[in-house]
Design a protein around this ligand. Structure first.
Ligand code: PNW
Length: 507
């Protein structure tokens, strides 16, 4: 086991690449979590709610995207999903049973302002639904953590002006939506997340085109889109919309409500493909900057990473001095979604104009042919728990020791959907994943001194896994889609309480 702050922490031995033994929580007594640590589960509106046209809700870009043939692996959509819109009582009872202290969920903008814009009507039943849900959570003793935007942009805004491709319109509409929500439930909600993983919205939605709205230069996938520019514009707009919403919260609500607000960024760890090749070591750092620094550098430093400016030139939008000032310092906490680790190999050829990743190959085996971790149902997800500890340290060091909430962490299992319900409920692989990842986090906190205050497992429920449809299950709870959406907690769901009880300090 490597020790705290061991210099360049990316090296690891073959031994910890293979599935490591389950570490008992007493194997490293310093590994611990603070007394008031918040743990629980996370979900997102479009992935669980269903009831897509109930009580005045109109389409989001995911409703329309799912209707296009070939976009979703199993041809499905979020039309019914886990039917959580009609089962809030069941979901809250489940959270309570599992011992969760917090629940992170997202609001569907399309329920609250169905056409999305600042001059469009607010849909009171949609807003009331969430206010009541928050009240019910609080009554059950569960802390709500609310995400304003988890990818489901009102479709009307995409059609009207291209959503985040139009900075002026998008930022104003987002701020209006945010203010509407702060007014309605700010007195009850103390933890706000503006955007979930803007990297995914920007890159997967406006470059690769595999997520809504599906824009890309690849004309076999979309008639419209320019991968070389649009993802950078969309990312820029989301950053500014985040900053403006934070300003509204701080100026108009924070004093009254006493809450905190931040953004959630996806960040997987990486390791150089060949640690002896300086070009791979440089590529490794550049990769982290292209995924995490793209959003976190402006928020903490007021500008984009130099490596991005160098590769993208004037395709990367500039912050005006006013914008830079506006955005710098807009995280009360750092929301971190983390799943896995990859190996990074530099490319020798100049970057393609459509490249979004820092001109690197993202691989699951290193030069010696060793896999970073075992395969799962998601091609991009290979568990490597020590990568979590390393990334927590990297973020903490680069951004000056911010307060961190891990807003998502979890795994799917290879072939899980092909098994019987009885087998699915015995999800030893997910239990192993949670044990090793949470242990690694507790080492980052107790041994390395990283300031992590909360952890939300992805996900409370099996749910609509975007372009993968329902075949990929990320839930700690099995959802029987054929049997009326009935919920059955898997072994992993029940294990979390025990893991956290072992790690959270009693005083
Ligand atoms: C996150 N990738 O998405 C999201 O926040 C969740 O909504 C989602 O269900 C969960 O992770 C599991 O996928 C990601 O391709 C989607 O690297 C794709 C990637 C990463 C995260």
């Amino acid at each position: 086991m490597e020790t705290a702050k061991a210099a360049p922490s990316w090296r690891h031995t073959k031994a910890d690449v293979v599935q490591p033994p389950i570490l008992s929580t007493t194997s490293m007594p310093e590994a611990s979590l603070p007394k008031d640590f918040l743990w629980g589960f996370a979900t997102a509106s479009y992935q669980i709610e269903g009831a897509v046209h109930a009580d005045g809700r109109l389409d989001s870009i995911w409703d329309t995207f799912c209707r296009k043939p070939g976009k979703i692996a199993d041809g499905s959509s979020g039309e019914v999903a886990c039917d959580s819109y009609n089962r809030t009582g069941e979901d809250i009872a489940l959270l309570k049973d599992l011992g969760a202290k917090a629940y992170r969920f997202s609001l569907s903008w399309s329920r609250i302002i169905p056409l999305g814009g600042r001059n469009d009507p607010v849909n009171q039943p949609g807003l009331d639904f969430y206010v009541k849900f928050v009240d019910d959570l609080l009554a059950a003793g569960i802390v709500p953590m609310v995400t304003l935007f988890h990818w489901d942009l009102p479709d009307a805004l995409d059609k009207r002006y291209g959503g985040p491709l139009n900075k002026e319109e998008f930022t104003q509409d987002f701020v209006h939506y945010a203010r509407t929500v702060f007014e309605a439930m700010g007195s009850r909600v103390k933890h706000w997340i503006t955007f979930n993983e803007p990297w995914c919205s920007a890159v997967l939605g406006y470059n690769v085109g595999v997520f809504a709205p599906g824009r890309t230069s690849d004309r076999s996938k979309s008639e419209e889109g320019d991968s070389s520019t649009e993802c950078w514009i969309a990312g820029h707009s989301m950053l500014l919309a985040h900053a403006m919403a934070v300003k509204v919260y701080r100026d108009e609500f924070k004093e009254r409500d006493g809450g905190e607000i931040g953004i959630t960024l996806n960040g997987d760890w990486c390791e150089p493909w060949d640690t002896d090749d300086p070009a791979d070591v440089e590529a490794w750092q550049r990769r982290l900057e292209f995924v995490i620094g793209w959003f976190a550098d402006p928020i903490y430093f007021g500008h984009y990473p130099a490596s991005m400016k160098r590769q993208l030139g004037d395709r990367l939008p500039n912050f005006t001095p006013d914008e830079a000032e506006l955005i710098k310092g807009t995280n009360d906490f750092y929301g971190m979604n983390h799943y896995c680790t990859n190996y990074i190999r530099h490319r020798s050829d100049p970057a393609d104009a459509n490249d979004f990743g820092g001109n690197v190959d993202v691989l699951q085996e290193n030069k010696a042919g060793e896999a970073i971790g075992p395969p799962t149902q998601a091609v991009w997800l290979r568990p490597y728990a020590q990568g979590f500890r390393k990334l927590l340290n990297w973020i903490s060091e680069r951004y000056g020791g911010p307060k961190i909430y891990v807003t998502e962490n979890g795994t799917c299992i290879l072939g899980e959907n092909d098994k019987s319900r009885e087998e699915i409920l015995e999800d030893e692989f997910r239990v192993w994943y949670f044990r090793t990842y949470i242990q690694a986090m507790a080492e980052a906190v107790g041994v390395d001194g990283v300031d992590v205050r909360g952890y939300l497992a992805w996900s409370l429920l099996d749910n609509f896994e975007w372009a993968d449809g329902y075949g990929t299950r990320f839930g700690a709870t099995y959802v029987d889609y054929e049997g009326g959406q009935k919920r059955y907690p898997k072994k992993s769901a029940k294990t979390l309480r025990e893991i956290f009880e072992g790690l959270i300090k009693k005083e």
